[in-house]
Write a protein that binds this ligand. Structure first.
Ligand code: ADP
Length: 166
């Protein structure tokens, strides 16, 4: 029997911060792919809530020691980063129709830039359909409940960040 080539996928996102919606996509991807590169896409011109170093640290703490996951960060073209890492598949999550248009355009542009890279979409799970990092930040800022949508450590870090000193 010939040996099967390892299937490597890359999940790019801002992870500012990582939510249970992202984690759901990560864990489901591991059922389909041998290895997953969780890649923080960052833009030096755009400061996030958390620095890239903080996002790397938080992802590391939340994803623990799953040896099939690599956590990294990149800047610039996604398809270039795929080439650099050997990933042939990009994973994206789809929540609502509003994600669809943006994701469709991005997938087509990436296909144009590198036809060897496929984009695979996973439907968001029902419980995380309305979860986004920006919405959760807004909830925390205004005292809303986010326990169902963030790992405890991420909720703690987010509260500290948005309400320094208590
Ligand atoms: P961006 O990186 O574009 O700022 P996000 O980090 O929120 O935005 O999202 C990156 C990827 O993660 C996208 O493919 C998005 O659809 C997916 N994603 C984000 N939140 C969820 C969720 N709750 N359920 C499923 N997929 C999600």
């Amino acid at each position: 029997m010939s040996e099967r080539r390892e299937r490597i996928a890359l999940f790019p996102a801002s992870f500012d911060p990582v939510t249970n919606g992202h984690l759901d996509i990560i864990h489901r991807s591991l059922k389909v792919f041998d290895r997953l590169i969780v890649a923080i896409a960052h833009n030096v011109a755009k400061a996030g809530t958390f620095s890239v170093e903080e996002r790397l640290e938080i992802l590391g703490a939340v994803l623990g020691n799953e040896d099939r996951i690599e956590i990294t960060a990149f800047e610039g073209l996604l398809v270039e980063f795929c080439r650099h890492t050997g990933a042939e598949t990009v994973i994206r999550g789809l929540r609502a129709m509003s994600d669809y248009e943006y994701e469709f355009e991005m997938a087509l542009m990436n296909k144009h830039l590198n036809p060897d890279v496929e984009t695979v979409f996973m439907m968001a799970s029902q419980e995380y359909l309305y979860v986004s990092s920006s919405r959760l930040k807004e909830l925390v800022r205004f005292g809303g409940e986010v326990t169902d949508f963030l790992p405890p450590l991420v909720e703690k870090r987010l509260r500290e960040k948005l309400h320094p000193g208590g």
